[in-house]
Design a protein around this ligand. Structure first.
Ligand code: PLP
Length: 405
């Protein structure tokens, strides 16, 4: 196997395959490690000391700051992106039996949210290169019952929003964007999450910014924003969380059947200090991305396609594709070998129909979505957090080189 210059690392100075792992157990490089700094630690302590732990002023501040960052008229915080997707589908007034077209190359949460809302998920295959929903397959999947398209900007790469937007307009469909990977994503100067009626974000621990668990919905319509807030807190009237304030007790009314999906101040305390760093962290992940591109270029493994012109990739996941014939190792053996080399890895994702629940409940077969199936069976994500050092990145490249040895 050819060895690229960039696979030389302090831990593997000769670049040759050795019995010793690139990183020892005590230096294991964790996948998706969040960057937590002093200001968010102090802010969480401040919340604890103030005894205001639940939804309060820090959640309101994160909503305001996130709306300003994205240029959205409204932002509603949630406990997770799953909750954000679930309530967006409800707030879009979808009814049981209404069909929502989405991608098979996503986390189960995307499909589960559609099911929890009582709608029917319909899968359309992805493009083999971009790994995003193929608009031609979406159009083929439209039936008289189709009410919404739910694209996922996979890995941070924007979907083809011209084609999907045009389809939604022609067929009068609601657009709900799953932006779990796409905080910084842009398409032709427009920001992800603002194309359709609802944009749903995740602040889970591995995401580009985190609140531990957390989510946000961007929404244009003021009444829908108010409905999302109501639905997120048991269907209680707006601002019911103020009922224990020092202005005296306020009665609330339950006006519809809601959920317990509100974000806590304890979570927002982290997010309000993460958000101002989102752009500088993207600069860092861009550097790591380019280092990986160079380091993997001569290895027998497929690297992510360059981003499309006029788009901004959020660099959430760097995914390698392991083809057993070309790479000389199966994907699963590659995962184990990388772990043995001291490098944490992920799989994003086995296509949804690979999971028994969906096969049994809906009769879905992986083969019906061949691109998502192939990607899901070959993909490996390597660490891409903003906290990755040059030495870490060199170790990842050296480990991949060694495993493919
Ligand atoms: C594409 C996608 N959608 C939805 C979610 C759900 O996000 P959360 O964990 O915030 O509910 C995730 C989380 O990993 C995701 O990757």
């Amino acid at each position: 196997m050819k060895q690229s210059a960039s696979s030389l690392s302090p831990s593997n100075p000769s670049g040759k395959r050795s019995a010793r792992p690139v990183r020892s157990k005590d230096r294991f490089l964790v996948f998706g490690r969040p960057t937590i700094e002093e200001p968010e630690i102090a802010e969480v302590v401040d919340s604890l000391k103030s005894c205001w732990l639940g939804t309060g002023p820090k959640v309101a501040r994160l909503e305001k700051d996130f709306a300003a960052y994205k240029g959205s008229p409204h932002a509603v915080a949630m406990h997770s992106c799953t909750a954000a997707l679930h309530l967006s589908i409800l707030a879009a007034d979808l009814k049981p039996g209404d069909e929502v077209i989405t991608t098979p190359l996503t986390f189960c949460a995307t499909v589960n949210a559609i099911l929890h809302a009582g709608a029917t998920p319909v899968l359309a295959d992805v493009d083999r290169t971009t790994m995003n929903l193929d608009p031609n397959r979406v159009e083929e999947a439209i039936t008289p019952r189709t009410r919404a398209i739910l694209p996922v900007h996979f890995a941070g790469r924007p979907c083809d929003m011209d084609a999907l937007g045009d389809l939604a307009k022609r067929k009068d469909l609601v657009m709900i964007e799953d932006c779990a990977h796409a905080i910084e994503t842009e398409y032709k100067g427009r920001k992800a999450g603002l194309f359709g009626d609802f944009g749903c974000f995740s602040f889970y621990a591995t995401k580009n910014i985190t609140t531990g668990e957390g989510g946000m919905v961007l929404v244009r319509d003021e009444r829908k924003a108010a409905r999302l807030k109501t639905l997120a807190l048991h269907g209680m009237t707006k601002d019911a969380w103020k009922r224990f304030s020092d202005d005296g007790y306020k009665h609330y009314q339950v006006v519809e059947l809601g959920f317990k999906y509100n974000m806590m101040d304890l979570q927002a305390a982290i997010g309000i200090h993460q958000l101002p760093r989102v752009e500088s962290w993207l600069v860092r992940r861009n550097e790591i991305w380019r280092t990986y591109d160079r380091g993997f270029a001569s290895l027998p493994i497929e690297i992510p396609a360059p981003e499309e012109k006029g788009t901004r990739h959020a660099r959430h996941l760097y995914t390698l594709l392991v083809d057993e014939k070309r790479s000389g190792i199966s994907r699963d053996a590659f995962l184990s070998a990388m772990t043995a080399q001291g490098i944490g890895v992920g799989v994003h994702y086995l296509s949804v129909p690979e999971h028994p629940y969906y096969r049994e409940a809906f009769g879905w077969k992986p083969e019906a979505f061949p691109n998502a199936m192939e990607i899901g069976r070959r993909t490996v994500s390597v660490p891409l957090s903003a906290g990755i050092t040059d030495e870490d990145a060199a170790d990842v490249i050296a480990a991949v080189g060694s495993v493919l040895g």
